[in-house]
Design a binder for this molecule. Sequence first.
Ligand code: PRP
Length: 214
Amino acid sequence: MLTVALPKGELLKNSILLLQSVGLDFSAFLDSGNRQLQIYDVSGQAKGLLVRAQDVPVYVEYGQAQLGIVGYDVLKEKKPQVAQLVDLQFGYCRMSVAVKASAPYKLPLDLPTHGRVASKYVNCAREYFQTLDLPIEIVPLYGSVELGPITGMSEAIVDIVSTGKTLRENGLTEIATLYESTARLIAHPLSYRLNMGNIHQLVEEIRQGVAVGV
Ligand code: PRP
């Protein structure tokens, strides 16, 4: 039996729709009253695990799930040992550097040496500023990072921008984009190589579904 790790949050609905299109029904995860974290598809062919987006690659890396759906942003940050199989084309967002709209910084290189940058994505932020050879202090946060510049704790943030509404409503503006992100289908490499649970066929069906825009 195949196990699929599904991400709570933004990507969940489209992930479930995609799996439904290839015959796997985990829609019970979308019921507001549901508290079950592991459910079986009605066909009994597969099991779904509902996990925090950042934890999807962990379950896949350890082989508890043979497949997972997760944002490229999480893969960039965590660099897990998993196989990236398909760009699923949903969940578009970008990783950006943002500052207060009223700040004098037009480019990341304008930021003051040893200034502070708040982020949930500390590795991405650190690597980015290293490539610019700009020494900065990363302030790790778990959420609401926009408050960094608003409160004066940091000059900038490195964070996900999707619609841009959060930045706008908090008086921040983007000054650079690190990369763009979409949801990815990932696999446990050994399970894929061994074609466990006929994983190849399922992946091919997903690939074809994405290609025709299911
Ligand atoms: C993410 C991100 C931004 C927001 C961007 O936060 O960190 O705050 O979404 O989306 P937008 O461009 O469409 O406004 P999330 O919703 O995960 O909340 P958090 O900051 O509490 O983690």
